[in-house]
Design a protein around this ligand. Structure first.
Ligand code: NAD
Length: 354
């Protein structure tokens, strides 16, 4: 009998990965998995997600899926980086200690530079600084220790550039002046995005579970507040999911009243088929991993000494990337998502065969 090695029954997951490794350390409670999806374009890079997963299978599924996503994100961002990711199973507040991070750093070292980690859900910049004391395979450290600092402002700038490209293609002018933009989630990225768009003359509608975050933008840029459960129905030019994943789902997509979706949130499509559902409603969906690549582009510029000017210029080129996606999609009749996926796959295949 052949054993089934497929995590959680997804036959595609895991089969393409170059390497997956795990560590269990009783003395510190470290239970981590690193997945390297591809190093075709360069060393793999992706954050460490730290949370109390319900099962090892769930954690494995997450790390395989997220590392694959990082390969596509870096490839489409034009970076010489591959895709990897790490998960740590457990409660961050209970497990964090210098000894814990020493164990984790030794585990990262064991990949010999084929995987670089960064901040993600459940890990902080302070954690990266602490890890950086024990391993060099860490990015996204604070500016004080030579890192690139908080990636949120530059991520917001990238989403803003993606919006300008969509505006150019859809309305013949990259300016967002006079456009209505509805932002769901005005945290670190969404609030900066709102300010950038407002500075260009856009009208903002914003929603967040945190009322203070909404109030701040009502005061600062005259944003119109909306209910969290209603924001996706706003009649607007661009809808920007900037909170949680799965914002584009069976319930929300039929109710959207926008011409384009361009946002920062990861995994906006609840299932891949939602890209077709959006297309059939003639809504242009700029793939999340293309629009929100500013953060990974920024940390890529830490190698050899952080260069903020070059990093920002590279993030600005998300504009050209999105224009190119529109042009290719018009020619082939595919969605922007399908074109982006194929382009990323071609780049990786080309690099692997070179
Ligand atoms: P954040 O935690 O600062 O902001 C998220 C905001 O969403 C918070 O203000 C929160 O209150 C709000 N929120 C939570 N649930 C909500 C709901 N149901 N409806 C509306 N608002 C809700 O996070 P962030 O750094 O701004 O990141 C936002 C998204 O962008 C995340 O999906 C993140 O994975 C993604 N992203 C961020 C970066 C980055 O550089 N920070 C890079 C790439 C992708």
């Amino acid at each position: 009998m052949t054993a089934d090695w497929t995590p959680l029954g997804d036959p595609t997951l895991g089969t393409e990965h170059e390497e997956v490794g795990g560590i269990w350390r009783k003395r510190t409670g470290l239970r981590a998995i690193v997945a390297i999806h591809s190093t075709a374009l360069g060393p793999s890079l992706g954050g460490t997600r730290f949370k109390p997963y319900g099962s090892v299978a769930e954690a494995l599924n997450d790390v395989l899926r997220l590392s694959r996503g990082m390969s596509y994100k870096s490839a489409m961002a034009g970076l010489q980086l591959g895709g990897g990711k790490a998960v740590i199973i457990g409660e961050p507040a209970k497990l964090r200690s210098p000894e814990f991070f020493k164990d984790y750093a030794a585990f990262l070292d064991s990949f010999g530079g084929r995987y670089y980690t960064a901040e993600d859900v459940g890990t902080s910049q302070a954690d990266m600084d602490e890890l950086g004391r024990y391993t060099s395979y860490v990015t996204g450290r604070s500016a004080e220790v030579g890192g690139s600092g908080d990636p949120s402002p530059v991520t917001a700038y990238g989403v803003f550039r993606a919006m300008q490209a969509a505006a150019e293609k859809l309305w013949g002018d990259p300016s967002l002046s006079g456009r209505t933009i509805a932002i769901s989630g005005v945290g670190k990225v969404g609030s900066t995005l709102a300010r950038l768009a407002a500075a260009e003359g856009a009208k903002l509608v914003v929603a967040d579970v945190d009322q203070q975050a909404v109030e701040a933008l009502v005061e600062a840029v005259g944003a119109i507040p909306a209910e969290v459960s209603e924001i996706h129905r706003t009649h607007c030019d661009i809808y920007a999911p900037c909170a949680l994943g799965g914002a584009l789902n069976e319930g929300t997509v039929p109710e959207l009243a926008c011409e384009a979706v361009v946002g920062a949130a990861n995994n906006q499509l609840s299932v891949p088929e939602m890209a077709d559902a959006l297309a059939s409603r003639h809504i242009a969906y700029v793939p999340d991993y293309v629009a929100n690549a500013g953060g990974v582009i920024n940390i890529a510029y830490e190698r050899g000494g952080y260069d903020p000017v070059a990093a920002r210029a590279h993030v600005g080129r998300i504009y050209e990337t999105v224009l190119e996606l529109f042009t290719k999609a018009e020619a082939s009749g595919e969605t922007l998502e399908a074109v982006a996926d194929r382009t990323a796959e071609e780049r990786m295949a080309q690099a692997a065969s070179a």
